[in-house]
Design a protein around this ligand. Structure first.
Ligand SMILES: C[S@@+](CC[C@H](N)C(=O)[O-])C[C@H]1O[C@@H](n2cnc3c(N)ncnc32)[C@H](O)[C@@H]1O
Length: 526
């Protein structure tokens, strides 16, 4: 097959025949490989079209990383230029990656080599209204991310009900913030936004009223220090060793295994006897004492989060989102064994995460109730998922973990917004959609002062059913945001996987979520 045949044959629409530039823009129409094309056009025209063909067939497209390399710029600079409209948006392949034609790549090289290329901050118009091109790009993203892997690096370190998938904050951070800026998650939960923000070279701030959420977020964003890996591996080995020494499947043997007993202190709380087998209590008390003795905060956070990760699993609590008691088939040694397995996985995840971090990127985690308007450094972008009214009760699901870790669970119970407990209680004490509206009004009032002018706030939210009535939570957010002086930039929709656990079985499956994007400017172009 000749080169011309393999490339396909193209016909120039007659309207373009006097516009040589248009041919190079790829506005040609494919006729088919067999057409004896050469006869119908002068030689010169034929040559031009042959040059145009490879990039329009999609076989010779160039990735963002390669274009950035050709241009001698960092990939993040290229992404910023795209966001700012300095570089024209190329097509995306079926994986959603941007793919540049040779001409588009050449245009980037030209911009990079220009005498005055756009500077790091020179193009950013902080108080301008979001560019329509950015909104268009956001609308084109397939927010379902159906086949995406979601537990890479430290994302799988600890279970957390209703955590969002990392691809959502990742895409929003790339589109709506710059390298080196500050990205916050004001309901940070398990720290998904924080991990993605740090990987994308943004400084991050996380806030949550749940002390356990703060521990998990700290562990997921931990930078392992010199010596941490060794001290954590030693814990893993010790736990494996004790698991083997005291393992028993409960069946009678001639020489019954010795019982493990720990001298370590344990919480004096009746919940312990109710939710844990006595042999598991001994093992957990021992493991917790090891974790607490670790020298560095980074190692301690990772070990304590790993300890917390196994607590529900080795308790009589049914599951992470079902607070009912059931007997599980647990045996002596199971506490040690599960801790060793989880810690080993978490150390290796944390090591990989640490390797990818730039040294100057910072992470601040604030344990606070948002309704008390905590003081934080100004943020450029917020990406969060608020607690949905009547959907979850974090203070209940995390109760046994918090008792072990000595956290103030009753205080968090009072502070928790949206808890199923508050909304299901009858009479004048039962929360209503107005309760949630008032809470969001107060939070947006605080947010207005905490996000820089021109910055964005993205909320991922589903609907709620309160006492049999459906409520659109995006609408509640919109009212609160507009009242505080934000403009709505876009509302995007996503379908949840059928298997997603982001719903309360009692109130029915939530099949879709909205991503509502606001901007801290009172000027709206919608
Ligand atoms: C849907 S979860 C966030 C999950 C998070 N996006 C993730 O990926 O893990 C909502 C969070 O809001 C927190 N929250 C509830 N009431 C709060 C309050 N008054 N102040 C701050 N955070 C609160 C809960 O503890 C919970 O972690």
């Amino acid at each position: 097959m000749s080169r011309e045949q393999s490339l396909g044959v193209w016909r120039l629409p007659t309207s373009l025949q006097s516009e040589p530039q248009s041919w190079r823009d790829g506005r040609c129409e494919l006729l088919g490989n067999q057409t004896p094309f050469r006869k119908h056009l002068p030689r010169k025209v034929y040559a031009s079209i042959c040059i145009a063909v490879p990039r329009t067939t999609g076989k010779h497209l160039i990735s963002s990383a390669d274009v950035a390399e050709q241009a001698g710029i960092h990939k993040d600079t290229l992404l910023r230029w795209l966001r700012q409209g300095v570089v024209r948006e190329p097509i995306r392949n079926r994986h959603g990656w941007r793919m540049f034609t040779a001409d588009e790549a050449a245009a980037v090289v030209k911009i990079a080599k220009a005498e005055h290329p756009p500077t790091e901050t020179g193009m950013i118009l902080r108080d301008s209204v979001t560019a329509p091109a950015t909104v268009e790009r956001l609308k084109k993203v397939d927010w379902d991310f159906r086949e995406a892997k979601t537990s890479y690096l430290t994302h799988g370190l600890h279970p957390y009900p209703a955590k969002f998938i990392p691809q959502i904050p990742n895409a929003l951070i790339q589109e709506l913030s710059d390298v080196g800026s500050t990205v916050g998650d004001i309901f940070c939960g398990s720290g998904t936004t924080l991990v993605e923000g740090m990987l994308l070279k943004r400084n991050v701030i996380g806030i949550d009223a749940n002390p356990l959420a703060c521990l998990i977020s700290a562990a997921k964003t931990t930078r392992l220090q010199e010596g941490d890996k060794d001290s954590l591996w030693r814990l893993t080995e010790r736990a494996f060793h004790l698991a083997n020494e005291f393992a028993s499947d409960g069946s009678p043997t001639l020489f019954p295994a010795a019982k493990f007993g720990s001298n370590a202190s344990r919480p004096q709380d009746e919940a312990i006897d109710f939710w844990f087998e006595p042999f598991i209590t001994e093992e957990l008390a021992e493991i917790l004492s090891w974790c607490r003795k670790l020298q560095t905060e980074s190692a301690r956070n990772l070990a304590l989060a790993s300890f917390s990760a196994i607590v529900v699993n080795v308790s009589r609590q049914d599951s992470d989102t079902r607070y009912v008691r059931r007997e599980k088939n647990l045996h002596p040694g199971d506490g040690f064994k599960r801790f060793a397995q989880v810690l080993a996985e978490n150390v290796s995840a944390s090591e990989k995460f640490t390797e990818l971090l730039e040294p100057n990127i910072t992470c601040g985690i604030v344990h606070a109730d948002l309704l008390t308007a905590p003081k934080v450094s100004p943020m450029d972008l917020v990406v969060c998922s608020p607690p949905y009214p009547n959907a979850f009760s974090y203070h209940l699901y995390h109760m046994t973990r918090m008792v072990w870790l000595g956290m103030d669970q009753p205080e968090f119970k009072k502070r928790e917004i949206g808890s199923h407990r508050k909304f299901s209680s009858k009479g004048k004490n039962g929360a209503t959609i107005e309760t949630f509206q008032n809470e969001m009004n107060s939070i947006f009032g605080w947010l207005k002062k905490s996000i820089r002018q021109g910055g964005h706030a993205c909320f991922v939210v589903g609907n709620s059913i309160i006492r049999g009535q459906a409520h659109d939570n995006a609408d509640v957010l919109r009212k609160a945001a507009v009242a505080a002086g934000f403009s709505e930039v876009a509302t995007l929709s996503r379908n949840l996987k059928d298997t997603a656990k982001t719903f309360n079985p009692k109130i029915g499956k939530i099949k879709t979520e909205k991503i509502v994007i606001f901007q801290n400017t009172s000027v709206s172009y919608l």
